[in-house]
Write a protein that binds this ligand. Structure first.
Ligand code: GLN
Length: 486
C-alpha cells in the first residue's frame, strides 16, 4: 500500500472506509521516517509514543462516527512551535534542553482537529537562514539530490513533505522560510496574511514579520490544514479577529477573468535564466486557464532585502535578549559572576548567524544609528507596502518566481552571507507588507524543482489557494516525487 502518494482527502477517505486505521497509517509514516531520516536529517525529534497515542484517540473518534476531515492525519511540526512535554529546540544549542510546558496555538488547534504528531522538524537556528545549514543539529539534505540544500529555514518540513515522510508539515515564514524551501524541495507552501494564524507559542524571530503556515504536496492539502490553524487567538495581540473562510470550498474558483499582475522587478536582480523560463511557462499556463496578465511595477521592491536585514535583526536582537542563561535554555558551567553568566551562556548557546543578526540588530537600534538605519528601513517598508496596495487596486493576484535559482550545493553560500540573503529577494516583500503568498511546484531545472510564487491582497488566502489549485488541475509537478522516495 503506497499511502504516501495519497492526498489528505484521500487519506481521510481511506480512514473513513476502514481501509486502514489511524494507528496503521501512523506506523506506516513512522517506518518511512525511520528508513529515510538518517540520510535526510529532516526530523530532529521523532515522537512515536505521542503519535501512537494521538492515533489511538483518532481511531476512537472515527469509531464513534465523530471524525472530521483531519482526524487521524499524521503531520510534522517545525521545531519552532512549542509542544507540551516534548523538546522544542528551534535549531539552537540554546534550547537543546528546553521542554516546552505548553502547546503553541497552531499545535493545539491541529491536535484538536484530530491530527497525529509524528515529530519535530529540523530548521535553521531560530529560523535564521535560507539553506537549513545554520541548525545546531546539522544540515537537512534535499531529497531530490542529497548534495543540495533543501532551502530554509523550514528545510526540515520541506524535505519531510518532499520525501513524503509525513503527508503535511507546519512551517513559519519571516522572509520566505515556507515558500523558498517549498520551491527548492518541490512542494507547495503557503504563508498566510500577517495576523491570520496565531503566533502564540511560536518562538519569536522578528515579530512583525513572523507568520505560521503549511507545507504540503498540493494547494488543496494546504487549504485543508490552513482552515484548521487560522483564526483569532486572544493570546496573540496581533492575531486578527475576522472569520476564517472555508478555504476548501473556495478551491473551485476559476481563473477566468482573474487579473494577475506580473511584477517587472520580480524578473530582475539575479533571476537564473533557466529558472526564469520555467516561471514564464507557468505564467502562460495561468493565462491559458483564463487569467488576464497585467504588467505591474513596484520600483521600491528591490529594496526589500536591505530593508528586511535592518528590521528583522533589530527585532531579533530584542526577542533573543530573553535567552540569558537565567530562566531557561543553555547555562554555562560555573559562572564567576552575573556578567560572565550572560556572556558565556549566550556565547556558547548561539551559533554564528544568530550572533551576526543580534549584533546587526543592536547596532541599527543604537542611539546614534536608529534614525539612519531602523527608522529609514521602516519608511521604506511603508513605501513597499503602499506599492503592493496600489498593485492590488489594479489586479487580483501577483505572480513571479519564488527563488532566483533551484537548490544549490550544501556549503556553497555559507561563507558569503550577502549571497545567502539574496535567496529571499522575491519572498521578503510579502512579509514586509504582511501579504499572503504561496509557492507551487512548476517545473524542473537540471532535475531540481522550481517554484512559482502567487501573492494575494491581505486576507486573500482563498484566491491564492484557488489559483494554485487551478494550476495544479492542469499540471502534475506537485505529484512528482524524488525517485528514491517514490
Ligand atoms: N532567509 C531569511 C532569513 O534568513 C528568512 C528566514 C525566515 O523566513 N524565517 O532571515
Amino acid at each position: 500500500m503506497s499511502l504516501h502518494t495519497r492526498s489528505v482527502a484521500e487519506l481521510a477517505a481511506g480512514l473513513a472506509a476502514k481501509e486502514y486505521s489511524a494507528v496503521e497509517l501512523t506506523e506506516y509514516f513512522l517506518a518511512r521516517i525511520g528508513a529515510a531520516n538518517p540520510a535526510l536529517n529532516a526530523f530532529v525529534t521523532v515522537t512515536p509514543e505521542r503519535a501512537l497515542a494521538d492515533a489511538r484517540r483518532a481511531d476512537a473518534t472515527l469509531a464513534a462516527g465523530k471524525a472530521g476531515p483531519l482526524t487521524g492525519i499524521p503531520l510534522a511540526h517545525k521545531d519552532i512551535f512549542c509542544t507540551d512535554g516534548i523538546r522544542t529546540a528551534c535549531g539552537s544549542r540554546m534550547l537543546d534542553n528546553f521542554i516546552a510546558p505548553y502547546d503553541a496555538t497552531v499545535v493545539e488547534r491541529l491536535a484538536a482537529a484530530g491530527t497525529v504528531m509524528l515529530g519535530k522538524t529540523n530548521m535553521d537556528e531560530f529560523a535564521m537562514g535560507s539553506s537549513n545549514e545554520t541548525s545546531f543539529y546539522g544540515p537537512v539534505k534535499n531529497p531530490w539530490d542529497l548534495r543540495k540544500v533543501p532551502g530554509g529555514s523550514s528545510g526540515g518540513s520541506a524535505a519531510t513533505v518532499a520525501a513524503r515522510l509525513a503527508p503535511v508539515a507546519t512551517g513559519t515564514d519571516t522572509g520566505g522560510s515556507i515558500r523558498q524551501p517549498a520551491a527548492l524541495a518541490g512542494v507547495s507552501g503557503i504563508k498566510p496574511t500577517y495576523g491570520r494564524v496565531s503566533r502564540h507559542g511560536m518562538i519569536a524571530f522578528a515579530s512583525s514579520l513572523d507568520q505560521a503556515g503549511i507545507l504540503a504536496p498540493s494547494a488543496a492539502d494546504c487549504a485543508r490544514l490552513l482552515g484548521a490553524m487560522a483564526g483569532f487567538d486572544p493570546r496573540d495581540s496581533t492575531s486578527v479577529d475576522r472569520p476564517v473562510p472555508d478555504y476548501v470550498a473556495g478551491l473551485g474558483a476559476s481563473l477566468k477573468g482573474v487579473r494577475i499582475g506580473i511584477v517587472k522587478e520580480f524578473f530582475e536582480h539575479g533571476l537564473d535564466a533557466a529558472n526564469g523560463a520555467v516561471i514564464h511557462a507557468a505564467i502562460d499556463e495561468l493565462a491559458k486557464l483564463g487569467a488576464t496578465l497585467v504588467d505591474i511595477s513596484c520600483p521600491n521592491l528591490p529594496l526589500s532585502v536591505p530593508t528586511y536585514y535592518v528590521v528583522a535583526p533589530a527585532e531579533c536582537s530584542s526577542n533573543l535578549s530573553r535567552f540569558d542563561g537565567v530562566r531557561f535554555g543553555h547555562r554555562c558551567k560555573d559562572p564567576k559572576d552575573l556578567l560572565d553568566l550572560y556572556l558565556r551562556s549566550r556565547g556558547e548557546g548561539f551559533g554564528p548567524e544568530v550572533k551576526r543578526r543580534v549584533m546587526t540588530g543592536t547596532y541599527v537600534l543604537s542611539a546614534g544609528y536608529y534614525d539612519a538605519y531602523y527608522l529609514r528601513a521602516q519608511k521604506v517598508r511603508t513605501l513597499i507596502t503602499n506599492e503592493f496596495r496600489a498593485a492590488f487596486a489594479q489586479v487580483d493576484l501577483l505572480a513571479g518566481p519564488t527563488s532566483p535559482t533551484p537548490a544549490f550545493d550544501l556549503g556553497a553560500k555559507m561563507d558569503d552571507p550577502i549571497t545567502m540573503y539574496l535567496n529571499d529577494i522575491y519572498t521578503i516583500g510579502a512579509n514586509l507588507a504582511g501579504l499572503p503568498a504561496m509557492s507551487v511546484p512548476c517545473g524542473f531545472v537540471g532535475g531540481l524543482p522550481v517554484g512559482l510564487q502567487l501573492l494575494g491582497p491581505h486576507f486573500g488566502e482563498s484566491q491564492v489557494l484557488a489559483a494554485g489549485h487551478a494550476y495544479q488541475g492542469v499540471t502534475d509537478f506537485h505529484r512528482r516525487m524524488p525517485a528514491s522516495y517514490a
